[in-house]
Design a protein around this ligand. Structure first.
Ligand code: FA5
Length: 341
């Protein structure tokens, strides 16, 4: 009878163990069957109630059952642990078929793109790129360009002085003198790109730091029609055939005669807006025939040589080409703007 109960309990314990699927269930099983108050332990206690002769056989069987259940428990515990690990791996695993996170790739700034377009156009017309310093002697920025210290034209370009002699250049024109002095007596056809600085109020059309591309051609028979032809060709290639340009008489101390080139304002379609100062036109370049004094300062005899020069903005032509309404957007570092180009 006791043997029957032991075998029945043994089977029940095995079945219950097979149903335990979590570490918690295993623990409960262990307490319920093998613990101090567990069912198998309770059977052990019954040994003393048995007739003496049955005790050894029953004791031996109970020990076998206990050992078998311990072993089964260990095996089941290992299984449950392996299943839990497999599940954890499946849940937290890396799916190598997922597409990777996109890398943020930058691109060239609108100003750099525009500069490169400008270089490409002038390269096709035979101009080479020449670089001149951004921190410049006042002597080159003004005096050698026919702007003596007392001359009121100095007021057109106020800037940031580094010391009594050095300044942040107000335009790329001082580079003209540097090329001429370096290249004499060769004919010259160069563009001089770079940053320029002005102490002036920032508005939708004016920055205190911006880019210019200077142009200089010096030769034996260079005339105003070469200048107008070159700039007209530039605007045609930069904007396309449809854009209107106009040439106006102007004044610069370092050119004589002087002109300015305007394009029709695409922001307002010519109706007038703050960027074009309500004229329908925006100046993109100042230009003219190199003043004889400037040719002389560069080492070229004005009786033998002539030349033209121009100073083209970079941001303003870009505004007119791409419809940028405010020049402050260029260097405001707002990615919503920069990503559009
Ligand atoms: C000059 O700087 C002359 N050096 C240009 C020149 C060169 C004339 C050679 C004759 C011969 P101006 O100050 O007008 O000129 O500037 C030339 C161009 O730079 C303007 O047409 C405009 O496109 C751009 N520019 C001028 N001021 C600003 C500004 N504050 N912000 C943005 N662009 C400007």
């Amino acid at each position: 009878m006791r043997f029957d109960e032991l075998e029945r309990r043994y089977e029940e314990a095995q079945a219950a163990l097979a149903r335990a699927e979590t570490p918690e269930a295993l623990e409960s099983w262990r307490t319920a069957w093998m613990g101090r108050k567990g069912a198998i332990t309770a059977l052990t206690r019954q040994i003393r109630d048995l007739p003496k002769e049955e005790r050894p056989a029953f004791g031996q069987r109970i020990n076998e059952v206990k050992a078998a259940l311990e072993a089964a428990y260990e095996a089941r515990a290992a299984e449950v642990k392996a299943e839990a690990l497999a599940q954890e791996l499946a849940e937290g695993a890396v799916d190598i078929t997922l597409p990777g996170r996109p890398l943020n790739v930058g691109h060239l700034h609108l100003t750099t793109q525009t500069l490169r377009e400008i270089y490409a156009i002038f390269e096709r017309m035979g101009f080479e790129v020449y670089e001149a310093p951004e921190v410049e002697l006042g002597y080159y920025n003004f005096d050698l360009l026919n702007i003596p210290p007392y001359h009121p034209a100095r007021d057109m370009w106020d800037t940031f002085w580094v010391d009594d002699d050095l300044l942040l250049r107000t335009h790329t024109s001082p580079g003209q003198i540097r090329v001429m002095r370096e290249r004499y007596p060769e004919p010259i056809r160069v563009i001089l790109p770079g940053k320029v600085y002005r102490y002036e109020q920032i508005t939708a059309r004016s920055e205190h730091q911006f880019y210019q591309v200077e142009g200089l051609a010096v030769g034996r028979h260079i005339t105003m029609s070469d200048l107008i032809g070159t700039l007209t060709e530039f605007t045609r290639m930069f904007y396309g055939e449809h854009r209107r340009t106009r040439v106006r008489g102007s004044y610069f101390p370092f050119t004589e005669p002087s002109i300015e080139i305007d394009t029709d304002c695409i922001l307002c379609g010519g109706k007038g807006c703050p960027v074009c100062k309500y004229t329908g036109w925006l100046e993109i370049a100042g230009a003219g025939m190199v003043h004889p004094v400037v040719l002389q300062n560069g080492g070229y005899d004005p009786d033998e040589w002539s030349g033209f020069a121009f100073g083209l903005g970079v941001e303003r032509p870009a505004m007119m080409k791409y419809g940028v309404k405010d020049i402050r957007l260029f260097y405001g570092n707002d990615l919503r703007f920069l990503r559009q180009f």
